[in-house]
Write a protein that binds this ligand. Structure first.
Ligand SMILES: [Zn+2]
Length: 327
């Protein structure tokens, strides 16, 4: 639990410190923002500060019994509510178990913290049960809710939470940090592809994602320009991360649209691909390109449900293969 301090949290951390300094801790606090902004670390830093029993500073002392328990991840007054498996829902039984625990007093003299992550994974019945906790708050208990999609939480819960909305940090704050993490090649491009999200940029660098992206782009390009078979490519792609591929396709397509309007290369997301993107823009039919883009947006929404990846890629790539032919 060491790595809780990130330079882009500075402003929001001051906001949280002010709650502690002024002794007006919100009973429910929602921290929201894109993936890769280290929301969880910010929540843990705040939790540690709330649990720490040394009041000489806002920041946790890391020396008291409470801090030791927290650092060992065994603090009895720190409770996590999360899905049993990643991607699954937070069921009502889990919420009821927490409500039972909360009927007892906190074991230490400080606050008790319940961390709910991802809060948007509560089912409707879980959220209703949880709402009762907010309406009849247990003693010295703080609820921290984390989510990437605040809009999917029930309004009844949202209206009872104070909110910390993490924004995408400025590159001048993130670039030096990325260098410290050992990310030294194509740093700005990686950050651009991660849409400004620092932890995602590190993940991309570590997983050699740029090489994969390059080879996917070549394949996609060949379908449009050289008549490569869309079904064969769909078969190759269906084993890969759907969310990531759809994100790349969306950014490439947005760039091709921009190139059809002859925008400056500096305004493209994929500056390293400027030449092939400009070439594509010369060969595509703009109406069919928009049709392909609509399908991408629809698919980006559809991936939240159950679907057949192979069929999705086939439909996408067949549509894409016609975009260039149509001109
Ligand atoms: Zn402490």
């Amino acid at each position: 639990m060491d790595k809780l301090i990130y330079p882009w949290h500075q402003f929001d951390w001051q906001h949280l410190c002010a709650y502690i300094e002024q002794d007006r801790i919100p009973q429910a606090l929602l921290i929201t923002g894109y993936k890769g902004l280290a929301k969880h670390a910010l929540a843990l830093r705040y939790t540690q500060a709330l649990l720490c029993t040394d009041n000489s500073s806002v920041e946790a002392c890391r020396q008291c019994d409470s801090c030791h328990l927290f650092l060992a991840d065994t603090h009895p007054d720190f409770i996590r509510l999360q899905p049993e498996e990643e991607g699954k829902s937070i069921g009502i039984d889990a919420v009821r178990a927490i409500i039972n625990k909360l009927s007892l007093k906190p074991q230490y003299s400080g606050y008790r913290v319940v961390l709910i992550q991802p809060a948007d994974k509560m089912t409707i019945s879980s959220a209703n049960a949880f709402l009762k906790c907010l309406e009849e708050p247990p003693e010295r208990t703080v609820f921290l809710l984390l989510t990437e999609t605040m809009q999917t939480l029930p309004a009844t819960i949202l209206s009872r939470c104070q909110k910390i909305i993490l924004s995408v940090p400025e590159a001048k704050v993130v670039l030096p940090w990325l260098k410290e993490q050992g990310v030294t090649e194509q740093v700005e491009l990686l950050l651009n592809l991660a849409q400004g999200s620092p932890l995602l940029a590190v993940e991309y660098a570590r997983d050699k994602v740029m090489e994969l992206r390059s080879s996917c782009f070549d394949d996609w390009n060949k379908v449009a320009l050289l008549g490569a078979c869309p079904i064969t490519l769909a078969d190759k792609w269906h084993k890969q991360s759907l969310g990531q591929l759809l994100q790349w396709l969306t950014l490439w397509t947005e760039d091709v649209v921009k190139c059809t309007f002859l925008v400056e290369p500096a305004l493209l997301y994929n500056k390293d691909l400027t030449k092939p993107l400009q070439l594509l823009a010369k060969r595509v039919n703009r109406n069919l390109l928009f049709k392909f883009y609509d399908l991408l947006l629809k698919d980006s929404y559809r991936i939240k449900g159950q679907l057949n990846k192979q069929l999705l890629f086939e439909e996408l790539l067949i549509t894409w293969s016609q975009v260039a032919k149509g001109k």
